[in-house]
Design a protein around this ligand. Structure first.
Ligand SMILES: [Zn+2]
Length: 404
């Protein structure tokens, strides 16, 4: 968030002098990175710290650190531009300087912000805009790193960063989540449900459309490229992921639960043998499993919801009640995804078995219902994208069932 502060001439000149030296250190750091072919902050700092420290004796030493960090960021983004063919200069040019500050170089209070300079600390007194108070009063805290830059007319633009620090709580219950190619299943309040994501179907569908567009035409063709771009495959998948992660995390947050996920392997699992193309198989795996898992973990972190990763082996082939093997017969039974427990002979849906086993492995000791309808025929829900919560989806489903 940007705070604009008008300062007196003396303060401005102290900051201006600081800016000059910071710029020189920054340029040295960039040159060092370029000639040593590195963008690493640690390597740049190790390379220039001593000489710069001697050159600028009264510059607080942490400015050398932050300038090295600044250089490392600039070199990184320059590399990226170069890779995309968008860099028009030989090296990153330092035109505007925004001075980076770490926790040693500035202090925040609601009256004044103090900044270290060459000789002493200077004080600036910003007036805070409404939006500042909105964050400040809602439990967000100010990060220890900040930046400022000097504008014309003795104006300082000071950037503070708000961050939310939420501590994970001690979970009182568990919400296991089982990821699949075309659906994600969850156990909410002990009730299983399957949310259709159609990730595999969507990915395959796009693959056919992509093929139809590119067959017999060079992929560099402008028209072809435009058509491919308009497919928006990624956007659609990201949208589904984000919404699903949010629904699950909010449910966990409100019931003080931990989310339980399979600690999935980095390689694609064997059961996707039906997709012959290796690239395509990987794309499906990433979208349905790795990226989905990461989206949930990231959202959970934002809300302070604990995530427990458990061993994924045999989660859908062992009975959570009898510990016996569940036999899935593709020919017999209602569906190949429904199996029969070798000991109790009760029926199980593959994804529901996985949910109970995941919860068990995370330490859940609550009883597993035996032979319930939901265990082998869980509600499968498709229109959840616009739902406000998992509970509202469940209630809606119940209403429909009652009407039937
Ligand atoms: Zn059993």
């Amino acid at each position: 968030m940007k705070l604009r502060v008008k300062v007196d001439h003396e303060t401005y000149s102290a900051l201006k002098e600081l800016e000059g030296e910071y710029r020189e250190v920054l340029e040295e750091a960039i040159n060092y990175g370029l000639s040593n072919k590195t963008t690493s902050f640690i390597r740049i700092k190790a390379g220039i710290y001593k000489t710069e420290r001697e050159k600028y004796k009264d510059l607080p030493s942490h400015f050398i650190y932050t300038a090295c960090e600044d250089a490392s960021e600039r070199l990184d983004s320059f590399e990226k531009l170069k890779k995309r063919g968008r860099a028009y200069t030989e090296k990153p040019s330092v035109r505007r300087v925004t001075i980076h500050l770490d926790d040693h170089l500035w202090r925040f209070s609601l009256d004044t912000i103090s900044i270290s300079t060459k000789r002493s600390r200077v004080l600036i007194s910003p007036t805070f805009p409404k939006i500042f108070w909105r964050y400040y009063n809602k439990g967000w805290s100010i990060a220890s790193e900040a930046r400022f830059r000097l504008m014309k007319g003795n104006v300082v633009e000071f950037y503070v960063i708000f961050k939310r620090d939420v501590k994970p709580y001690e979970p009182e219950a568990f919400i296991p989540v089982d990821l699949n190619e075309d659906s994600v299943s969850v156990l909410v309040d002990g009730k299983p449900m399957l949310l259709e994501t159609n990730t595999k179907r969507i990915t395959l569908g796009y693959e056919y459309r992509r093929e139809a567009i590119t067959t017999g035409k060079p992929t560099k063709d402008r028209e072809v490229r435009g058509k491919l771009k308009r497919l928006r495959e990624r956007d659609k998948k990201v949208d589904v992921r984000r919404k699903l992660a949010k629904l699950i995390v909010i449910e966990a947050f409100e019931s003080m639960s931990a989310i339980v996920l399979e600690d999935l392997p980095g390689r694609t699992p064997e059961h996707m043998k039906d997709v012959k193309d290796k690239q395509l198989r990987l794309r499906i795996y990433r979208a349905a499993f790795s990226s989905m898992k990461n989206a949930i973990i990231e959202k959970a972190r934002e809300f302070g919801v604990p995530v427990i990763l458990v061993n994924p082996s045999y989660t859908s082939s062992t009975c959570p009640i009898h510990g016996a093997k569940i036999v899935y017969r593709p020919d017999g039974g209602d569906a190949p995804r429904v199996g029969v427990c070798g000991k109790g002979k009760e029926k199980w849906h593959r994804d529901v078995v996985a949910l109970y086993n995941l919860a068990r492995r995370a330490g859940d000791v609550s009883p597993v219902p035996l032979g319930s309808k939901e265990s082998h025929d869980p509600p499968t829900l498709s229109g959840w994208l616009r739902a406000k919560s998992l509970h509202s989806i469940m209630n809606e489903h119940k209403m429909i069932e009652m009407k039937v």
